[in-house]
Write a protein that binds this ligand. Structure first.
Ligand code: AMP
Ligand code: MG
Ligand code: MG
Length: 312
């Protein structure tokens, strides 16, 4: 393993390696699209798709992480079959491509066996197949003790509409530490911009959005992309009153948002658990707020019938 500074805390080393691996997974995602052989497979329903990019990115992420950290538990969206095919696909970053990540003292002594990593190799698959490329992210979320503690969001197509600019960027964060890879921007004052799903809407999703009285609604793909909008100051709230989102969608975004001073919970305002044993589905929905927003105020505005509809 070529990771610099083996004496650094395990969490710092996992986040650092995840940044390099997510960058590489982003290249895999771009290469699959360039080649044009998407290999689309339907999963739970017609709106739930998997492509060769999801599969290949997951193989790379899980094999590379588990080679360096054999004792961590890794759960990937695309299941065990894609996780176990290691066969020469391991990405071993050079010391130059790895970053230094600082770790707050209370997380500095975590051991490998205490860590669960939630991997969404390609968040926003529907949008990827439709050419909405800036909605696509790679999500690597690190949890311990049932809580999100670190995360990496990679945007493989960041700047894709700005020729000449560097393509792709990666953001990382450690809860109680800092966020790297982007400046955090506060959303505009005096108005409320809400972001929500564009491809998985329902009457409860709409009722919850309407209940917070937004001035503007941004319907975009991907949990990662929506939390990026909160970090970039483009939205104040992410509202998703539906059971469709999974732990791998929220773990990395939650950790980074929290490191930036924001909050991500279920729609009732309760924490989302991230132990390896919990159900994958976030059955009680998602509510996330940008740094500085009053999360409890918005959670209280979600209608009771919506909350009753979303049972754990
Ligand atoms: P969206 O905001 O619709 O892009 O969804 C965010 C994440 O949750 C994506 O990974 C979606 O695939 C997933 N998701 C949300 N709702 C559903 C659903 N009804 N069925 C399957 N996946 C869903
Ligand atoms: Mg996803
Ligand atoms: Mg995915």
């Amino acid at each position: 393993m070529s990771l610099a500074s083996l004496s650094a805390p395990v969490l710092s080393r996992i986040v650092s390696l995840s940044v390099a691996i997510a960058n590489h997974a982003g290249k895999i995602i771009r290469d699959v699209l360039k080649k044009g052989e998407l290999g689309i497979v339907q999963k739970e329903n017609a709106r739930d798709l998997q492509t060769e990019a999801d599969r290949a990115a997951q193989r790379c992420i899980i094999s590379s992480l588990s080679q360096c950290f054999p004792k961590i538990t890794i759960i990937g969206e695309e299941g065990d079959e894609e996780s176990k095919q290691i066969s020469g696909k391991v990405y071993d970053p050079t010391p130059e491509s790895t970053i230094q990540v600082t770790c707050p003292p209370h997380l500095a002594s975590l051991g490998e066996e205490e860590i669960v990593v939630w991997v969404d190799p390609l968040d926003g698959t529907a949008e990827y197949t439709q050419g909405l490329l800036d909605h696509v992210t790679v999500l690597i979320g690190i949890a311990s003790g049932g809580k999100a503690v670190g995360g990496v969001i990679h945007q493989p197509y960041y700047n894709y509409q700005n020729p000449g600019s560097e393509l792709g960027r990666t953001i990382w964060g450690v809860v109680g530490g800092t966020v790297g890879g982007m400046p955090i921007v506060a959303p505009p004052e005096g108005k409320l911009i809400v972001t929500t799903t564009r491809s998985h809407s329902s009457s409860t999703v709409t009722d919850a959005v309407d209940a917070v009285c937004p001035d503007e609604v941004l319907r975009v793909g991907g949990a990662g992309h929506k939390v990026m909008l909160l970090l970039e100051g483009k939205a104040h709230l992410y509202v998703f009153a539906s059971p469709g989102c999974k732990k791998w969608d929220t773990c990395a975004p939650e950790a980074i948002l929290q490191a930036a001073g924001g909050i991500l919970t279920d729609i009732k305002g309760s924490p989302i658990p991230y132990q390896a044993s919990v159900p994958f589905r976030n059955s009680t929905g998602v509510l996330a707020s940008a740094p500085g927003q009053n999360h409890a105020f918005y959670s209280a505005k979600i209608p009771q019938h919506v909350k009753d509809n979303l049972k754990a």
